[in-house]
Design a protein around this ligand. Structure first.
Ligand code: PLP
Length: 389
């Protein structure tokens, strides 16, 4: 069966970070890029249509989300995740990283402690440290090929005075889709120690059955009251360059504080294309997403089988969600420097180096599988060459 996701599209010379910035980031252009988390796919046709129509209209003055925009976000969250969100709780943000920085500034003071669970998405570290807050690590535990949370350590970190926690749900790069029980424990601890919870749920639509994403704020009103939930169509529909995200803050006083902080930055609303693409994706993109998910899952299985058969020294931490493959290379005995050198100059493959996600990522690499199967197979071939002794 052919699938539109099988088409290999040329993204070069589109100012793509993944395809056009390898020389700047890795020192060489001679690589197959499977690093930064966007996909090599076009979004749903309806999204392209509304964008084309808007370009044909030709006037790009100030634009703002409308009631229809709110409705499209709320309907999506309810339909896909059973998350009932009141339109008054929604705030827009160009990106999630920007929203994380705003929340850090709004809800903590300089020097205060913020907990994260490494190995985790790099900007979590940066937004805490660049805002002069104290980074507190509650590392995940890798056990039998799967990550889990260390709740005893989390409670200890909360008891030591943490003001905020940034949760990655689903988790990048670990690929975990947290269960209800796990989320409930996090929520209970946040309530008990009065910790503000920022739940980054940008990967929440990219979850493979039977796993199910549960928005942590949907667990109880008490949890919703201390939670800032970040969602976006950017990962789901490959729209990261259009910069449109939604932040859910049901608690009014937290919401006003967040909005005031965002206003102080002089931050405007969303851009014209971001607004209409977000709306079209959430209104019309479901069928496309239902076709995408099995395609991505097959890519994951392809990697899993190839590694087991062809590169048994390394191990895929099998993801429950996201299109990101977190690969344990520690048994190869190569240092991170050697891994990087081999990948770039022997395999001609650009992957994310594990240490970017904290010291817990040493000896790991992250491979982006949001691409055609042909690209995945080419990447695997290069990975095998890179690691061959
Ligand atoms: C967990 C997580 N949060 C946020 C982002 C990026 O968000 P944005 O581009 O909206 O700032 C990513 C991108 O990879 C991510 O993995």
């Amino acid at each position: 069966m052919t699938n539109s996701f099988d088409q290999v599209l040329n993204r070069k010379n589109t100012q793509s970070v993944k395809w056009d910035f390898n020389k700047a980031v890795y020192g060489t252009d001679d690589v197959l890029p499977m690093w930064v988390a966007d996909m090599d796919f076009k979004p749903p046709q309806k999204v392209l249509d509304v964008l084309s129509e808007r370009i044909q209209h030709g006037i790009f003055g100030y634009t703002s989300p409308t009631t229809d925009t709110y409705k499209s976000v709320c309907r999506w969250l309810h339909k896909r995740h059973g998350f009932s969100v009141d339109a008054s709780s929604l705030i827009y943000s160009p990106g999630i990283v920007f929203a994380i920085s705003m929340a850090v500034q709004a809800f903590t003071n300089e020097g205060e402690q913020i907990v994260i669970q490494p190995p985790v998405y790099t900007p979590f570290f940066n937004m805490i440290q660049q805002n002069n807050r104290k980074l507190v690590e509650n590392p995940l535990i890798l056990e039998n090929g799967q990550y889990k949370m260390d709740f005893a350590d989390l409670e200890e970190k909360f008891a030591q005075g943490a003001k905020m926690m940034i949760l990655c749900s689903p988790h990048n790069p670990a690929g975990r889709v947290w269960t209800k029980q796990e989320l409930q424990k996090v929520a209970d601890l946040c309530v008990q120690y009065n910790v503000i919870l920022l739940s980054d749920e940008i990967h929440s639509d990219l979850v493979y059955k039977p796993n199910k994403h549960i928005p942590i704020a949907s667990l109880s009103e008490e949890t919703a009251n201390l939670t800032i939930t970040c969602v976006a169509p950017s990962k789901t529909f490959n729209l990261a360059g259009l910069q449109a995200s939604a932040i859910v803050i049901p608690n009014k006083s937290l919401r006003l504080k967040y909005q005031e902080t965002q206003r102080k930055q002089g931050a405007g609303g969303l851009n014209t294309f971001g607004i209409i693409a977000l709306q079209a994706a959430y209104n019309y993109g479901e069928e496309w997403l239902e076709e995408l998910l099995p395609y991505l899952k097959e890519n994951i299985n392809t990697v899993h089988e190839f590694i087991q058969k062809e590169i048994p020294d390394i191990e895929l931490i099998y993801p429950e969600g996201t299109y990101l493959a977190w690969i344990d290379c520690r048994r190869t005995g190569f240092s991170d420097e050697e891994l990087k050198e081999r990948l770039l100059h022997k395999g001609h493959l650009a992957l994310e180096p594990g240490p970017k996600y904290g010291t817990q990522g040493e000896g790991f690499v992250r491979m982006n599988l949001g691409c055609s199967k042909e690209t995945v197979l080419e990447g695997l071939k290069r990975l095998k060459i890179a690691l061959s002794k």
